[in-house]
Design a protein around this ligand. Structure first.
Ligand code: PMP
Length: 458
């Protein structure tokens, strides 16, 4: 048991001095004390299975012993030197990271957060294309800086202020909630409820969505565009997947108009999707720019943009890029340790095996409960979309989702939320989880659903 400040005092300080949003997750906010691998402990010693990993960030486990040891060693050696001087952690990390990316994605820019990475990617796209307009999906989330706010199209994150000049949104080809459905699930062990009636391998939904995409290119943007941003699977929007082949065709259309294609791997990268190290590889596409953050540092603030020598050169002719903390020795030493752990502990393989198993287990609940509308995802990025009923597919009201969410917490399971109605539970644990963890999580979730149905029946 640990207590430095009384819980009530913490609430008081928070309400007086800290940004109000961050207490909103549970009616009684969680006050954490310690983490170990996939587990978190609160100030009273209660244990939680962390299935959201600090919003898809703690990639290899809280306080992973190897990462901790490397961080402690570097802490005693050298914390900081800005990019004016060389230090070997940055070169070691650059070599390791670049080896994981296909040619010609070999030039790395180090920054500190996903928003910063996407800001820089926007600049690169504009510098390289000599154009301004950038397209992103409705429902996409790419950051909260004034620049990236223009790319993020998730209602609650929008502000009444003009942001991100030159940003255009396009329809999200959402396989579940979009007008035509789709068939991303051809190679998924779990079928999404499909709206279209054609056979999975001749699915026309993708073609309808591509027509919408062309419509945006023809009507909303200038003749040549700067770029197109896409998450391989949307995270904040509730683990939303696109029809198979969509991104491939969209990339071709963007390139025809001189645009740069950017994969935002902030959530999907570093082996989380199991079958591949990067999300773009699951679509069979090669972006021109890849942005990454979150899992790259297992929770340590760091981020990166990786691009081609050609694009890096276009930026360099226009901008003297400087970032005080980007690529600092602590971040780079930790980044290298994270990459080593992913490889040594076969965490990508674990994401695939345990993630696929978990997807199947949660999909069984979809068959059991009328309010579980869809279970989808890949590897350890899973979404459970809650609906009023499977016929209308209306989102389950927020208060009801809140209750289920809170019940899971009460029983020791932390999961995330997503979607514009906050109707989708998001599951994205550290990649070290085991099948027994999955059994616990599924049973807790089932129990929360049963309690909910009992409340409803009263
Ligand atoms: N891109 C994606 C896909 C994200 O999920 C996020 C954060 N949720 C960001 C960018 C922004 O990252 P950060 O919060 O580190 O600025």
């Amino acid at each position: 048991k640990y207590q430095s400040l009384a819980y009530e005092r913490v609430l008081e300080i928070h309400s007086q001095h800290l940004a109000p949003m961050s207490t909103a997750y549970f009616p009684k906010p969680l006050l954490l004390h310690q983490g170990h691998m996939e587990w978190l402990f609160d100030y009273e010693g209660n244990r939680y299975l962390d299935f959201f990993s600090g919003i898809v960030t703690v990639s290899v486990g809280h306080c992973h012993p190897k990462v901790n040891a490397v961080a402690q060693k570097q802490l005693g050696r050298l914390w900081h030197t800005s990019s004016l001087f060389f230090h070997s952690p940055i070169h070691e990390f650059a070599e390791k990271l670049s080896a994981l990316l296909p040619e010609p994605l070999k030039v790395i820019f180090l920054v500190n957060s996903g928003s910063e990475a996407n800001d820089l990617a926007m600049l690169m796209a504009r510098a390289h294309s000599n154009s301004t307009d950038i397209i992103s999906f409705r429902g996409g989330y790419h950051g909260c800086s004034p620049y990236t706010l223009g790319l993020s199209n998730v209602g609650p994150y929008k502000m009444e202020l003009p942001s991100g000049t030159g940003c255009q949104s396009t329809m999200c080809p959402d396989v579940f909630r979009g007008p035509w459905g789709g068939s991303h699930c051809r190679d998924s062990p779990v079928q999404t409820i499909r709206k279209c009636s054609c056979a999975p391998d001749c699915c026309q939904a993708k073609d309808h969505y591509i027509e919408q995409f062309k419509d945006t290119l023809n009507t909303s943007v200038a003749k040549s565009i700067a770029g197109f941003f896409a998450e391989p699977i949307q995270g904040v929007n509730g683990v939303v997947q696109y029809p198979k082949g969509f991104l491939q065709e969209a990339f071709e259309l963007v390139r025809e108009q001189g645009g740069v294609c950017i994969a935002d791997e902030v959530q999907t990268g570093f082996g989380r999707l199991g079958s591949h190290f990067w999300g773009f590889q699951t679509h069979g596409i090669l972006p021109d720019v890849v942005t990454m953050a979150k899992g790259i540092g297992n929770g340590f603030p760091m981020a990166a943009v990786v691009t081609t020598p050609e694009i890096a050169k276009s930026l360099a002719t226009r901008l003297f890029h400087f970032n005080t903390f980007g690529g600092n020795p602590m971040a780079c030493a930790i980044g290298s340790a994270v990459l080593e752990v992913i490889k040594e502990e076969k965490l990508q393989e674990n994401s695939h095996d345990v993630g696929t198993y978990m997807l199947q287990k949660f999909a069984e609940l979809r068959d059991e409960f009328e309010i579980v509308g869809d279970v989808r995802g890949k590897g350890l990025m899973i979404g459970i979309e809650m609906v009023k009923d499977k016929v209308s597919c209306q989102p389950l009201p927020r208060e009801e989702v809140n209750e289920i969410h809170d019940d899971c917490k009460r029983m020791g399971l932390l999961i995330g939320r997503g979607g514009i109605f906050a109707q989708t539970f998001r599951i994205a644990p550290s990649m070290c989880i085991t099948k027994p963890d999955v059994h616990f999580a599924v049973e807790v979730f089932r129990s929360a659903l049963i309690q909910h149905m009992e409340r409803r029946a009263k």
